[in-house]
Structures are given as C-alpha cells and as structure tokens.
Design a binder for this molecule. Structure first.
Ligand SMILES: Nc1ncnc2c1ncn2[C@@H]1O[C@H](COP(=O)(O)OP(=O)(O)OP(=O)(O)O)[C@@H](O)[C@H]1O
Length: 305
C-alpha cells in the first residue's frame, strides 16, 4: 500500500518540444492539504491535470490512491473530485438540475445531499446557472467537485474572483472536508490561502519546485528583515555590526538588512541605539513571510534564466 494519496516522482510534462514540468516530486499524505504555489506559467495546472489523468506524463511516475491516473481512470473517477477553473456547464440548467446531471455522470453512490447547503447555495437551487454571480458559480464548481465525497480533491484556484467573505466561506468548507479525511491538492495565487490551509506547500517556477515543506520549514530557510531610518547625525559606518546580518542596503538613509538571528540582532541594535540616544525611525523587524519567500524564488529564478 502506497503511503501517499498522491505520489509523483520525477514528473515531466511536455507540450510538443516544450517541457512545462521538468522533473518534480510531489507527495501528498492522506488527509493533508498540500498547496502548489508558483508564478504564472510555472506549470501548476499542467502538473495537476496530469495527476488528474487528463494528460499523460512525458516522464516520471504518477500514482493517485495507488493507481495510475490515466490507465486506471475508470476506477479512480468515483474516488477523486476535480474543481476546474471553469466546469463549463450549460447555462440554461438550474443549479439543482446541474447537480443531478453531475451525480449521474460521476455515479455518485455516496452522493452528499447537503452539498448545496454546505456551499450556501440552497436558496439558489431553482436558478439557472447563467444567472448565478461569479462567486456563486465558483461555489457550484466546488459543490460538483465534492458531490461524491471524493477521497482526493483537486482544487485549481478555487477562490479566484471571490470576495473576501466568500473566500473565507470556501476555506471553512475545505477545512470541513479535511476534518472528514479528504486529501486536498490546492493551487492558488493567494498566499494567505496557503498560509491558512496548507499542511505542506511547494513553490514552482518554470517547471521546477524550488522550495517545499511545512510553512515553518519554508519560512525558516529565509532570513528575517530589519529596516529603519538612519538616525540624524550618525554615519552608516557607526552602525553596529550585527552577527546575523547580510544584504545590507542604504537607500537614501533607509537602512534595510537581512538577519538570520532576528531576536539577537534586534536586541543588539536596540541596545546600541539606547546607548547612543539614537532614534531608529520607522523601525520594522519581521520574520520572513510566504510573500518574501515567493518573491525571492521568483527573483532567483529570473536571475538564473
Ligand atoms: N496546451 C498548451 N500548449 C502549449 N503550451 C502550453 C499549453 N498549456 C500550457 N502551456 C504552457 O505551459 C507552461 C505552464 O502552463 P500552466 O498553465 O501549467 O502554468 P500555471 O502555473 O498553471 O500558470 P497560471 O498560474 O498562469 O495558471 C506555460 O509556459 C504555458 O504557456
């Protein structure tokens, strides 16, 4: 028995001679939410569509629930749920009719009756799909994906275009699914979404995974930042040398630096300022955020290219 619900090793995907995914490992444990982040065109959708069985890998191995997503597609279909960026359903069908149709297509044996209430669409069941707002359509897409209680759920940018309230509502639904034991692979451009929901995550750029791990592991690999205004009457050369300091910049009197020992360096800086009676204007000190890591990955890959 495979220990991972999703297990891709050395995955490669090509469009003709263009390789969009260049040998990634992606292993998702049962019941966890794994977020796949990355720049535009990084290869996330291509990788996810391959895991869903919509396209063949050009290299590497892929297993979902221990099965080959292409060869065993029939056996997998009732066990996985896919929320596409647009389900493309007929606009003239009502919400209820769309669900019935989808239930038949997916042979939803374990079909959940609460799905409309779950997604706050109960009051819209007799409304034609084309009359739904963008946010409601997104919620219908999610309702269709979870209708047959999938063991593995693929969510491709599930909250794009949703207002903050609807986004939070979707997060609550996803959390509920995780509590029920569903495994979720999420792609998103909302870093806060990954910070809020993901057990583990990776950041992709140009077909490769550059960073992966739990949020804490990912953040720990990147230094914290300290910034302040150079105090009046003090030269840059008079500033203390901080042991964890790197990437020191002075931009017209705004000092910024990385620190691998935030607490220690900050204490030393404050003690020095106290002793000198210096005012560190607009002082900011913070651990790396996912956004910092994301930008660094994108910059690094840009330089390498
Ligand atoms: N059908 C296709 N034929 C040729 N190239 C494609 C095709 N679909 C995607 N690509 C290319 O493959 C690369 C990866 O695209 P993909 O859609 O997987 O990226 P993504 O990370 O999902 O991007 P985004 O965040 O913008 O949705 C891009 O360079 C894209 O132009």
């Amino acid at each position: 028995m495979n220990e991972y619900a999703i297990d891709a090793v050395g995955l490669r995907c090509a469009y003709g001679s263009f390789e969009a995914v260049r040998g990634i490992d992606l292993q998702v444990r049962p019941g966890e939410l794994y977020a796949l982040l990355g720049t535009n065109g990084a290869g996330k959708t291509t990788a996810v569509e391959t895991l869903e069985g919509h396209r063949r890998a050009s290299g590497g191995t892929v297993r979902v629930l221990g099965l080959d997503p292409v060869a065993d597609r029939g056996r997998l279909r009732s066990r996985i749920g896919v929320m596409l960026q647009d389900s493309g359903f007929a606009g003239d069908l009502t919400v209820a009719e769309t669900l019935q149709l989808w239930g038949k297509i997916t042979t939803a044996r374990r079909g959940r009756l609460d799905v409309l209430e779950l997604l706050d669409l109960g009051h819209r069941s007799d409304v034609a799909v084309k009359q739904l707002s963008g946010g409601e359509r997104r919620r219908l897409d999610l309702a269709l994906a979870v209708l047959n209680r999938p063991e593995v759920l693929f969510l491709d940018e599930p909250t794009t275009g949703l207002d903050p309230e609807s986004r939070k509502r979707t997060w609550e639904v996803v959390r509920g699914l995780l509590v029920e034991g569903t495994t979720v692979l999420l792609t998103t451009h909302y870093l806060e979404e990954a910070e809020t929901l993901a057990n583990r995550l990776s950041i992709m750029d140009r077909g490769r995974i550059s960073v992966h791990g739990t949020l804490d592991e990912v953040l720990a690999t990147h230094p914290a930042r300290i910034a302040f205004d150079l105090p009046h009457g003090i030269a840059v050369t008079e500033l203390p040398v901080l042991p964890g300091m790197s990437n020191f910049t002075n931009n017209a009197g705004r000092i910024e630096l990385n620190s691998s020992r935030l607490q220690h360096d900050l204490s030393a800086l404050l003690a020095w300022a106290d002793q000198r009676g210096a005012d560190l204007g607009r002082l900011r000190a913070h651990h790396a955020s996912l956004e910092d890591v994301f930008h660094q990955v994108a910059e690094r890959m840009g330089e390498a290219a």
